[in-house]
Design a protein around this ligand. Sequence first.
Ligand code: BJW
Ligand code: ZN
Length: 255
Amino acid sequence: MQTVQRQSISDQLRHRFDTAKSVLVLTGAGVSAESGVPTFRGGGNTAVWKGMPFDVISSAKMVDRDLPAVWEWFDYRRTLLQPLEPNAAHREIARWEKRFQQFILVTQNIDGLHQKAGSKSVIELHGNISRARCVECHARYEILAGESRPEQCAGCGNWLRPDVVLFGEILPPGAFELAAKSAQKCELCIVVGTSGIVYPAASLPEIAKAAGAYLCEVNPERTALSGLFDEVLTGKAGEVLPMIASAPDSTNTHS
Ligand code: BJW
Ligand code: ZN
């Protein structure tokens, strides 16, 4: 697979990275691929579960129709995720949180690996696989590693479901609104490892672009959004992200 060379980080990007006060990073499944998490649309194990495409089993309809099957699918994935560790991309993004005056990390991932890498403030658009939520009163419960998962709500006795956003469901209250507001204010928007086809997450780079931000995509493949970006860095997140921060800024050496 082709990887980005140090010199292919443009001066423009390096300069913006050095001078930006407000940066937004949007991540998708690809940022966790090098940790061993399968992506949704790049092949791998999660695309089909017991003959059902993931957009069927991960859908609002399936929660109504067969909640135990939905739990079986998420229990299986939670078990797969538990031993996995953050990779160089998660760690690099965690460092960026301290580097910029305003740094907003928005993720579509439910795996918690950004937090495990040290990111303190993460907008999770699609929830988290390590939580359950009451179908009635929406109370949330942490699912602790190695402990059995609670099945019913301690408050109202109703069933719990995974605290994730399935197809056809609305996002957690305020999460997208906060992300969209941040996208409107950011100077640099870096989008990592997402196919860019799931909305409303995919509209964030569009919002940032319309507000005048410089847009950079990091992905080994072209995506639905590639045409929108000022700069497309073709390569794996774990290799490319550390290069952005370490590439020399030649605009400074000539000034
Ligand atoms: C690497 C790499 C490496 C590999 N380094 N990169 C507007 C138009 C059309 C439809 C809609 C619309 N607005 C809303 C909709 C409907 C729907 C939607 O978007 N559908 C589209 C598919 C057409 N959206 C919704 O239903 C959302 N809700 C909503 O809008 O509510 C309002 C509403 C309600 C009712 C009706 C209408 C509107 C909710 C979306 C929830 C998404 N949920 C999922 C499942 C979560 C639970 C689970 O895990 O099972 O979230 S779907 C799945 O896709 C998951 C992901 O977060 C999401 C995005 O996927 P992502 O992260 O981009 O992964 P991949 O696999 O697609 O791509 C990986 C990328 O990584 C690839 O590009 C690789 O090349 C790359 N990669 N290795 C860097 N090493
Ligand atoms: Zn309840």
